[in-house]
Ligand binder design. Structure first.
Ligand SMILES: [Zn+2]
Length: 234
């Protein structure tokens, strides 16, 4: 990255990217300009290391997004709720993905007893509630990084409960099979795993702790050692 001016570097990088994409596929930008039909609503953390479209290996137009500090889903937050409403009722996405991540600064902040300052302490209150609701489990974890990971996972579970009680989402689940997924992104290895909450827990999405990615004709099964196997679709 240019040491002089990151913003100017970003603009020239964008110019190169736009040229490359247009060269690769002349229809790419005209098609994008015609409208969006994403199938995924992604709710994630604002953290710069979690750019959803990039880590999913997807493209502009594939993912509708709401990100905030520590991917907190609060029923009274009109910003999150408006994004959900538009994605579910108007764009009719097929999947809602709530993603937490390792090394989350918001999760670490909620585990701290000190004040962060400004509005941040207020914003993190739902995570503080998660902390106090699971104090016994969290206090028993001696490794600090693991404790941050665990509260971030519990935060996803709490957010999934809010999503599953959202009236628009409930209607879409009943009427057209909208799926809601709680997942966790490990920054240290780049992989996303399902947490088994949301609508996903009703179907078997994990096999003895392995991570399964289902396709139309088969499924990729990632073992805990990171090895992948292809199995026939059921
Ligand atoms: Zn975060």
């Amino acid at each position: 990255m240019s040491p002089e001016n990151t913003f100017h570097y970003a603009l020239s990088s964008n110019n190169a990217w736009a040229g490359y994409k247009a060269h690769q596929n002349p229809h790419f930008f005209p098609k994008l300009a015609g409208g969006q039909a994403p199938e995924i609503l992604w709710i994630g953390c604002s953290d710069s290391r979690c750019p959803e479209t990039t880590i999913l290996g997807m493209q502009p137009g594939d993912v509708f997004v709401h990100r905030n500090i520590a991917n907190i889903v609060s029923p009274t937050d009109i910003n999150t709720t408006a994004v959900i409403e538009y994605a579910v009722a108007h764009l009719k996405v097929k999947h809602i993905v709530l993603c937490g991540h390792s090394a989350c600064g918001g999760a670490a902040g909620a585990l701290s007893d000190g004040r962060i300052g400004g509005v941040l302490d207020t914003w993190l209150l739902p995570l503080k509630t998660v902390r106090y609701n699971h104090a016994e489990e969290l206090d028993a974890i001696t490794d600090e990084k693991e404790r941050v990971i665990r509260i971030a996972q519990l935060n996803v579970e709490a957010g999934i409960k809010v999503l599953m009680n959202n009236p628009t989402i409930r209607e879409a689940i009943a009427e057209r099979g909208l799926e809601v997924h709680g997942v966790f992104f490990d920054i240290g290895c780049g992989r996303i795993k399902e947490l088994g909450c949301g609508t996903a827990h009703k179907s078997s999405s994990t096999i003895s702790g392995d991570h399964v990615v289902r396709g139309k004709h088969g499924q990729l099964v990632f073992g805990q050692d990171g090895e992948a196997e292809i199995a026939a679709a059921q």
